[in-house]
Design a protein around this ligand. Structure first.
Ligand code: CA
Length: 365
């Protein structure tokens, strides 16, 4: 009797454990038709421009194209309270879909970093070409599939700016001990050349720079920096090297994906791809508009580019870091080699198309 009692308790425990790992997706039936209710957790706060617009447009397209058979509920970070917990929540099945950036999880999966952006790497059109035609998607699934996840490109910010500085950077010497907020791979590279790197949550960035807790920071680019107000407290806005093509990510629980009928999988895939590409266009549009505003209303802001001495040191430190990663893991090496080889090929075309065009027409201006 007692034994049966224990067995019952063990079974209940097992069932509760299973329910923790089963997907959150609900399926209801309306008018004889199955409706698939999916939940999506995003890293961003509510109504965050550009990044949050991407999940909204994906949801709207998926629901419309499926004639309502797909229903997606979006929870922003104020709701789930875990902006950098998206990976864990989707993996555990607490949410069906996530919208975040792959490189936020490099602490857990170092290879996740390569699918956002790499310093001195590809620009957005080159990276999209790598994803869809150069083997990038396959490599991304090779990283995520063993984790029970599917990952899709989730929208590109385009080239990011190198950051806001309160003093000009004229030499490597000027960077020694400089306190700067810059996360991820770029942060590791900058610390190698003498910067005192720190990471601070976005909401505290303005105050940290204003009070001198940090001397410099990088966020995204004009479209998202302007609303943060950095132009009021820093005069030097440097062009980028660290995130030439920051791609966000839609993350989907593999079990959820498998339970969706083929047509809804395809609708979701197309909605994600379209929303992602639309984010790139929107980023471009809003960056131009915000840069105009900065020029007009903040004449104190000077747009600068790091001197060659600094760029060369950053490039050297990036190469060293990549070589270390390639030596530590065969899959890291495979991804680094693939990106490197693709960039070598595609950049020749960029050089004589977009780059040559921009340089030749700018002579007249
Ligand atoms: Ca950034």
């Amino acid at each position: 009797m007692k034994c049966r009692h224990y067995l019952g308790a063990a079974l209940a425990l097992l069932l509760s454990l299973i329910s923790l790992t089963v997907s959150a997706m609900n399926v209801s039936t309306e008018n004889g038709q199955k409706i698939y209710h999916l939940s999506l957790a995003e890293t961003w706060g509510p109504n965050y421009p550009i990044l949050g617009d991407t999940t909204k447009s994906m949801k709207a397209m998926a629901e419309k194209m499926s004639n309502g058979r797909l229903q997606i509920r979006i929870d922003s970070s104020n709701k789930h309270k875990a902006p950098f917990g998206i990976f864990d929540m989707v993996k555990a099945g607490q949410y069906d879909i996530g919208h975040t950036a792959s490189y936020y999880y490099k602490g857990k999966i170092p290879n996740a970093m390569f699918f956002t952006t790499v310093p001195f790497g590809m620009i957005a059109p080159e990276q999209y070409a790598w994803f869809y035609y150069g083997g990038g998607m396959e490599l991304m699934q090779k990283v995520y599939k063993p984790l029970g996840l599917l990952s899709f490109p989730g929208g590109n910010t385009g080239n990011q700016m190198g950051g806001w500085f309160r003093k000009p950077i004229n030499s490597l010497e000027d960077l020694q001990g400089l306190k700067m907020r810059t996360p991820g791979f770029a942060g590791e590279v900058m610390s190698r050349i003498g910067v005192a790197v720190t990471n601070i949550p976005p909401g505290e960035l303005y105050t940290a720079l204003e009070r001198g807790t940090i001397d410099a920071l990088e966020w995204v680019g004009p479209a998202l920096d302007l609303r943060m107000g950095f132009q009021q407290i820093a005069d030097y806005y440097y062009t980028g090297w660290q995130e030439p093509a920051a791609e966000l990510q839609f993350l989907i629980n593999q079990d959820v994906w498998n339970k969706l009928p083929g047509d809804l999988q395809e609708i979701l895939r197309v909605a994600m791809r379209t929303a992602a590409y639309d984010m790139y266009a929107q980023s471009m549009d809003m960056s131009g508009e915000a840069l105009d505003t900065i020029h007009e209303k903040y004449p104190n802001v000077k747009i600068k580019t790091f001197p060659p001495e600094v760029i060369n040191a950053l490039r050297k430190a990036t190469k060293e870091k990549l070589a270390e990663m390639a030596a530590s893991d065969p899959l890291s090496k495979e991804i680094i080699d693939s990106q490197h080889e693709y960039l070598r090929k595609i950049r020749k075309w960029t050089d004589i198309s977009d780059k040559a065009y921009l340089e030749s027409v700018s002579v007249e201006n």
